[in-house]
Design a protein. Structure first.
Length: 456
């Protein structure tokens, strides 16, 4: 097992990490949702069921007209209450009321003897294909593609992120079966050598009971973003215009394996409720797509809080009661941040103000281990002035200052030459965090990737 140590980066010291290793049961949530617009960028959704219809877990409810082989299925058994649409009739969510425990029957192909085409068809039919994402563009993998390599993420260095090892604890058999299924996808259609299947983990954890399917263990250590899949891909299998890699999270691998072993669609998800505004940070076991309005009842201690699905660096807004107020397909944590900020007189001039600084301008970093971050940006938009802050947190072999200039100007040709196709929002989030100009770097990145994809 080879080890890669990341030296440049930054562990953001946010207060509010989950304290328990065994998840608490929170499967009492009665409303769940499927979020197609969030889970598949640019999806052209065609809904297969009507409002009021009763569905079973794993039953197809949606298809993407761009790739009609890939189905999106109901996360639970119950009734489709509403289909919420946004601008231009884009489907934002399908809201289900949980009733019963029926599951759509699934006849799994033999994971040892089935052809790659049969395994693909099984994943598409079951609704688990959208768990596979590809680089470049960090989008749902095309059903007709074969990846050069497949990455399973068993580590997460994002602020307050739970350990993937804890999220799949006790599911060794399902995880091994999932790896065996996924390994079939790497077989080239025309024959030849298949690509590598990497299981990327942190040092000090015993993942050997989980390994199967010819997976190669790789350890990544160091500060964030050592746990980002973009970092793993960069060091092990760099992608480009004609070179693709796929990736998937650890819980989804275990779900696929359990589906193959039992023939029933898994409906649970382990997530961490974290952040300075969390009353009692913890791991919980709840339903896939659970409503944050129900899940966070009694969990918020701030008068006004912002709920982020994911980490504070690169998560998305999941405001309780809103169209996006549900757990997304890839959500492993909810971060709760105080959203009622107040202006403080001359805070910038105080050497000890209770605020974190990525530089040595404030003395707080020498007296505090954790900070209660809020949603205040601590400044307004200003000019981009390169002073080396991007380079200090970027471990990838790219030129971040030059790349960010290309993103700001919309220069797609230069951005491609500088490695933009390797990146997603999570890979540039630290640069945005330390950026004194307060510019939306990750938004520029996504706009550039979208422009490049349309040009192709």
């Amino acid at each position: 097992m080879s080890a890669i140590k990341i030296r440049r980066g930054l562990d953001v010291p946010i207060h509010g990490a989950a304290v328990n290793r065994t998840p608490q049961d929170r499967r009492d949530v009665r409303q769940v949702a499927l979020l197609p617009a969030q889970e598949s960028r640019g999806i052209k959704a065609r809904v297969l069921v009507e409002e009021g219809a009763r569905v079973r877990a794993g039953q197809p409810v949606l298809v993407d007209r761009r790739d009609e082989s890939v189905l999106y299925t109901a996360p639970v058994s119950g009734v489709l209450k509403t289909i919420q649409r946004g601008e231009r009739r884009i489907v934002q969510n399908l809201l289900f009321q949980v009733e019963g425990q029926e599951s759509e029957p699934f006849q799994a192909p033999d994971r040892f003897r089935a052809s790659a085409a049969e395994v693909r068809a099984g994943l598409m039919r079951s609704g688990f294909w959208p768990c596979l994402r590809q680089r470049p563009f960090d989008k749902v993998a095309l059903s007709t593609d074969t990846p050069g390599a497949l990455f399973v993420t068993g580590t997460d260095s994002a602020p307050l992120a739970p350990r993937p090892f804890d999220l799949v604890a006790g599911r060794e058999a399902g995880f091994r079966a999932g790896l065996e299924v996924l390994s079939r996808l790497l077989e080239p259609a025309g024959g030849g050598d298949r690509g590598p299947l990497y299981l990327c983990v942190p040092p000090g954890e015993n993942w050997s009971p989980f390994v199967a399917g010819g997976a190669e263990l790789r350890t990544f250590s160091g500060p964030h973003p050592s746990g980002n899949v973009g970092t793993h891909i960069h060091f092990l299998y760099p992608v480009g215009p004609s070179r693709r890699a796929w990736h998937i999270d650890a819980q989804s691998v275990a779900d696929i394996g359990d589906l193959w072993l039992t023939g029933k669609t898994p409906t649970d998800r382990v997530v961490a409720i974290t952040g300075p505004a969390a009353k009692s940070p913890k791991l919980v076991r709840t339903r896939r797509g659970a409503s944050t309005l129900e899940l966070l009842q009694g969990e918020i201690q701030a008068q006004q809080a912002r709920v982020v699905a994911g980490s504070a660096l690169d998560g998305v807004l999941a405001a309780p009661g809103s169209a996006g107020g549900y757990l997304g397909r890839f959500t492993n944590q909810l971060t709760l941040l105080e959203d009622q900020t107040e202006r403080e007189l001359l805070t910038w001039a105080l050497p000890i103000a209770g605020r974190f600084s990525a530089t040595n301008l404030l003395f707080d970093k020498f007296f505090r281990k954790r900070f209660k971050f809020d949603t205040d940006e601590n400044g307004s938009l200003r000019a981009l002035v390169p002073v080396g802050q991007y380079e200090s947190v970027m471990p990838l072999d790219i030129l971040p200052t030059q790349l960010i200039k290309a993103l700001a100007s919309g220069d797609t040709d230069t951005a491609i030459k500088l490695g933009v196709l390797e990146l997603s929002e999570a890979d540039l989030a630290l640069c945005q965090f330390v950026d004194s100009s307060k510019q939306p770097l990750t938004e520029w990145l996504r706009n550039t990737l979208t422009a490049i994809e349309k040009e192709d």
